[in-house]
Design a protein around this ligand. Structure first.
Ligand SMILES: Nc1ncnc2c1ncn2[C@@H]1O[C@H](COP(=O)(O)OP(=O)(O)OP(=O)(O)O)[C@@H](O)[C@H]1O
Ligand SMILES: [Mg+2]
Length: 277
């Protein structure tokens, strides 16, 4: 080699390209408690799971198994918990900060209870923008209404002047105002009439695809899981007993006895789930 001439060193592509990005959301060894002193009890026990960006992950299980508690602990609504919660590889602070809520938002089960009755839709949708000092609020509110299939005529109405489905559209719009990457959805359609459930689920699916959102969704309806999720964690008495794909669930090949029981119970309730190819 001639003096002074440097050879360019190239790293093999496979090494640099095989580095996987960190999980969009990772929950590790989560324990959640309610009550104090001798009344203190553990509602969630050693729960761990991981969502890659763009995943739609379902949490299923019978009533009281701890599904909502997991979501509420992640979103910072419960104080008494331990374990590790991280987004994009960064551990979330115990006191959730503004940056956390820009990345993650929650949609609750009951749109009748989750929207302030004395605020107009405009007030409800502008509030997160005001809190985060975001400008251009008029245009953003109008766009948000449009994105969820509500026209501008809804802007100055109050929640009681809307149907249940329209209210849940507003709740979805509010959750999306800060353009989060992750949505925590707690039974988002179970308070709605069957005829509008599919509308809201389709809206959520479309928004997820368009914006590459990541969903963590609680439901006890296996048809909803089949429509919305690729992967499912089954909870029983505060613990995750099995994580499986929707395909495994359809083919009825779960490993755990509890999951089999849940499927058998659902078959009577929802025979369509097992007949969909
Ligand atoms: N704020 C609270 N204070 C005390 N106990 C609570 C509280 N919230 C939930 N729990 C208890 O924690 C356990 C898990 O409740 P959670 O609401 O997470 O169940 P779930 O799986 O969401 O049920 P469902 O399908 O009925 O909504 C239950 O035993 C419940 O009574
Ligand atoms: Mg619940």
């Amino acid at each position: 080699m001639r003096r002074g001439v440097r050879r360019k060193v190239c790293l093999p592509m496979s090494k640099s390209s095989s580095i996987k990005p960190p999980a969009a959301l990772e929950v590790a060894a989560l324990n959640v408690y309610f009550g104090q002193g001798s009344e203190r009890f553990q509602a969630v026990k050693d729960v761990s799971f991981k969502l890659e960006k763009g995943d739609s992950f379902g949490l299923v299980g019978e009533s009281g198994s701890g599904k909502s508690t997991v979501l509420r602990a992640i979103s910072g609504l419960i104080a008494d918990w331990d374990g590790r919660i991280s987004t994009d590889g960064v551990v979330v602070p115990r006191h959730r900060n503004k940056a956390f809520y820009r990345r993650m938002q929650m949609v609750f089960q009951d749109p009748y209870a989750s929207l302030h009755p004395r605020h107009t839709i405009d007030g409800i949708l502008s509030e997160p923008l005001k809190l985060h000092g975001i400008k251009d609020r008029d245009a953003k509110v109008l766009k948000a209404l449009d994105d969820v299939g509500l026209g501008k005529s809804f802007r100055f109405r109050y929640p009681h002047q809307l149907s249940g489905g329209q209210r849940q559209r507003v709740a979805v719009a509010r959750a999306l105002m800060l353009e989060p990457e992750i949505l925590l959805l707690d039974e988002p359609t179970s308070a709605l009439d069957v005829s509008v459930q599919a509308e809201i689920l389709n809206l959520l699916n479309d928004l997820r695809r368009e914006r590459n959102l990541t969903f963590l969704m609680v439901t006890h309806d296996l048809a909803v899981v089949a429509h919305m999720c690729q992967k499912i964690a089954v909870m029983n008495r505060g613990e995750i007993v099995e994580v499986l794909s929707v395909e495994q669930m359809r083919k009825e090949t779960p490993k755990e006895a509890y999951t089999k029981e849940l499927l058998t119970a659902s078959r009577g309730y929802d025979p369509d789930f097992f007949s969909v190819a």
